[in-house]
Design a protein around this ligand. Structure first.
Ligand SMILES: NC(=O)C1=CN([C@@H]2O[C@H](COP(=O)(O)OP(=O)(O)OC[C@H]3O[C@@H](n4cnc5c(N)ncnc54)[C@H](OP(=O)(O)O)[C@@H]3O)[C@@H](O)[C@H]2O)[C@@H](O)CC1
Ligand SMILES: [K+]
Length: 539
């Protein structure tokens, strides 16, 4: 099954549907959530045998606080010393949280976390081995109250040198579940986040991975809702009745995984032309390395043929460096139009090392006017950002691969919104989706949290964070390789959305497989190894 990241609205809808069905009550779900959190704590910190351990539990005014009361009770049953604090009025707790407040109150005290205080409210607790943050979960949409920020500061929830580890229930309080951005200047941090049913976008986007620490998912019996069958692809969200951006609501976000690329490791038998022919446009003499990197990646990923098209001045430079990759001369837009008379050239890759001069603009114009499937990166994006007519010429067979700076050049208002502190719930997922719908094509918005979105409302995330982090990718030329991977997969006949998803996953896996010392030339050479391990390990 493909993993779907559950935004807050979708998670609520799932819980509601299960509760309305009568299969399980809200109280039972809360009990399961608390039990799962305690089990996760025991797995993360097995503990020193029979010594009693101490926990401080911070509860909030909603159901996240309810989970906190369950955790407190279950830890006490296991012999822990537990102190509980509540931010909020117990009379106003929602029913299931209230029930668990009362159950705890039979065995322990609840200290008040006042809105304003003159003494340290945590004086009641000695040196806890663990803090539980159950103040806010998916119900938070606005900045934390100052009193809660103050308490989280005191327990060290915003710093990396905490005296005791912090376990966040569902999410660290103060982190947006949908965007992974802090909702206020204070950046929360936990060592372990225990979430329910499935990961939320906020665990993987933006600051989420740094704020959440290790994320463990607890099954609370909501069934398979939220997951989609493996092989779920572009366009199928609407067909399956799922929510898409086209319907004006938060999109479903699918996590890109090995499942997306497994089928790519085998090629159907056939002639080299059956696997497409990618044309990679090169810049002037002395700047052709980027295009050659793209071309190599396109060939390694399985394009049947790859041709570099270079200006006359750069022909010798390219000829001295290319072997399996072919070379054609292409001085300007007119020459590109002539080249594209050959219908076997089914994909054009342009941007890496292209320059931003008149020739580059002519090439972008000719490529777009041809209606060919195009990957546009780097300088091509800068050229498009500077010419309204070129932006207007983008079409559904284009893939744009901007990093944050290029994205801001192409979509300045969307980038501004994404970076505005007062728009903390507006996510990179929505930004990429808004960009794709405006441009009318697929947008691959790069970063450790790469988001791929198309104009029909499909969105997928490639998370290269924590155990899948690939810091080695921060080196010159890796973006050029990604352009070639997308181009090569397009040449093989994948849709723009699927090509972008698979390319970004393989790009990260190649970097991880090589590890330290990686230079961009190494990335395409890791692909045979990645494909072999996909076939043997089933990873
Ligand atoms: N439903 C279920 O079956 C299950 C739910 N589960 C758990 O419930 C959690 C979701 O619970 P929830 O919907 O009650 O939201 P939660 O995050 O507790 O906060 C809502 C409260 O906080 C308030 N509030 C929000 N932001 C605020 C701020 N900045 N400053 C001040 N107040 C603020 C908000 O007030 P309001 O916005 O209405 O004014 C409301 O009172 C979920 O994360 C999971 O842990 C699990 O047990 C599994 C079963
Ligand atoms: K929390």
């Amino acid at each position: 099954m493909a993993e779907i990241l559950l935004n807050a609205a979708r998670m609520r809808a799932l819980e509601q549907a299960v509760m309305v069905s009568g299969l399980v009550s809200g109280r039972e779900l809360m009990e399961r959530a608390g039990r799962g959190a305690v089990a996760a704590i025991e797995t993360e910190w097995p503990g020193p045998g029979t010594m009693p351990r101490r926990a401080g539990v911070l509860c909030g005014p909603g159901n996240n606080g309810g989970d906190g009361f369950v955790v407190a009770r279950l830890l006490r049953e296991k012999g822990w010393e537990v102190e509980v604090f509540l931010y909020g009025d117990p009379e106003k707790l929602p029913p299931d949280a209230r029930t668990n407040y009362e159950l705890w109150s039979k065995i322990g005290e609840v200290h008040n976390l006042p809105e304003e205080h003159t003494e340290d409210p945590l004086l009641y607790v000695g040196r806890p081995d663990l803090w539980i943050d159950a103040v806010f979960g998916i119900g938070q949409t606005r900045a934390l109250p100052d009193a809660v920020v103050d308490v989280l500061h005191r327990i060290g929830g915003g710093s990396s040198d905490r005296a005791a580890p912090v376990v966040a229930i569902d999410l660290p309080s103060g982190l947006s579940s949908d965007s992974g951005k802090p909702l206020q200047a204070f950046r929360p941090a936990a060592d372990l986040t225990v979430t329910f049913h499935g990961r939320k976008p906020g665990h993987l986007l933006a600051d989420g991975p740094a704020c959440c620490g290790n994320v463990r998912v607890v099954d609370i019996g909501l069934g398979s809702g939220g997951n989609l069958p493996s092989g779920w692809k572009s366009g199928q969200a609407a067909a399956s009745g799922e929510t898409t951006r086209a319907e004006g609501r938060m999109p479903l976000v699918r996590l890109i995984s090995a499942e997306d690329v497994r089928a790519l490791s085998s090629k159907e038998l056939g002639h080299k032309y059956d696997h497409g022919h990618a044309l990679v446009l090169a810049g002037p003499m002395g700047r052709t390395g980027a295009a050659r990197l793209s071309a190599r990646a396109a060939l390694r990923i399985g394009a049947g043929l790859v041709t570099v098209a270079a200006p006359g001045s750069a022909m010798m430079e390219c000829a001295a460096q290319l072997t399996a990759i072919m070379l054609r001369r292409c001085d300007d837009g007119a020459a590109l139009r002539d080249l594209l008379d050959d219908s076997r050239l089914n994909v054009v890759c342009l941007g890496p090392g292209l320059g931003t001069d008149k020739r580059a603009a002519g090439l972008v114009e000719a490529a777009l006017a041809s209606g060919r499937t195009c990957v546009l990166d780097a300088d091509a994006l800068t050229v498009i950002a500077g010419h309204e007519s070129l932006f207007a010429a983008l079409h559904g067979s284009c893939v744009l691969t901007p990093h944050a700076g290029e994205f801001a050049r192409l979509f300045p208002d969307i980038a501004e919104r994404l970076n505005a502190p007062e728009e903390a719930t507006y996510s990179k997922v929505e930004a990429a989706g808004d960009a794709a719908s405006r441009a009318g094509c697929t947008v691959l918005f790069k970063g450790p949290d790469t988001v791929v979105a198309d104009a029909s409302g499909c969105v997928a995330l490639n998370a290269a964070v924590r155990e899948r982090a690939a810091p080695w990718l921060a080196t010159a030329g890796t973006g050029d390789v990604l352009t070639g991977l997308v181009g090569g997969l397009l040449a093989r006949g994948l849709s723009p959305f699927d090509a972008a998803c698979s390319a970004t996953w393989l790009h990260v896996e190649a970097a991880r497989a090589f590890g330290p010392g990686l230079v961009s030339e190494d990335l395409p050479e890791m692909l045979p190894h990645i494909f072999a391990s996909l076939n043997t390990s089933g990873c």
